[in-house]
Ligand binder design. Structure first.
Ligand code: AMP
Length: 126
């Protein structure tokens, strides 16, 4: 068990520049880019540049600088994408999938920011 990072995952390859991406914002520790299969008018993925498998891995082992950078970048994105309610935006949803039950497809920690339409209920009924 434990955190086993796969260096060949698609986001690791994006971070190494081996696969193109549509960057929205980049900081010292964080990269945000458009999801290739957008499920809403706004669908942005936010990833730390470090080798973290999941949100729990990131929260447990990332440095304070990485965590602060990630959180501030996410807030900045919500504002710059015109989603933040405080600025008159219609709102958004953050989604983080982990492991088998969460149907995590890419084993590099990422947060989905989705918005631009009404997003319906949080989870299907069953
Ligand atoms: P998850 O199920 O939370 O692991 O979601 C992974 C997301 O990564 C999916 O929404 C995919 O559409 C997205 N994705 C996979 N490959 C790429 C890529 N090369 N560029 C942008 N998004 C991608």
């Amino acid at each position: 068990m434990g955190y086993d990072y796969d260096d060949q995952n698609v986001f690791a390859r994006i971070l190494r520049g081996e696969i193109p991406n549509e960057t929205v914002l980049e900081t010292e520790h964080t990269l945000a880019f458009r999801d290739i299969r957008a499920q809403a008018p706004v669908h942005v993925l936010v990833i730390p540049k470090g080798r973290y498998v999941s949100y729990d891995h990131f929260g447990a082992e990332a440095s304070d600088a990485e965590i602060v950078d990630f959180t501030r970048t996410l807030a900045r994105l919500c504002a710059e994408l015109d989603l933040a309610p405080a600025d008159g935006g219609a709102g958004y949803r953050l989604i983080v999938n982990a492991g088998a039950a969460g149907l995590q497809e890419v084993p590099h920690m990422h947060v989905h920011i989705v918005g631009g339409r009404s997003l319906g209920r949080m989870l299907p009924a069953s």
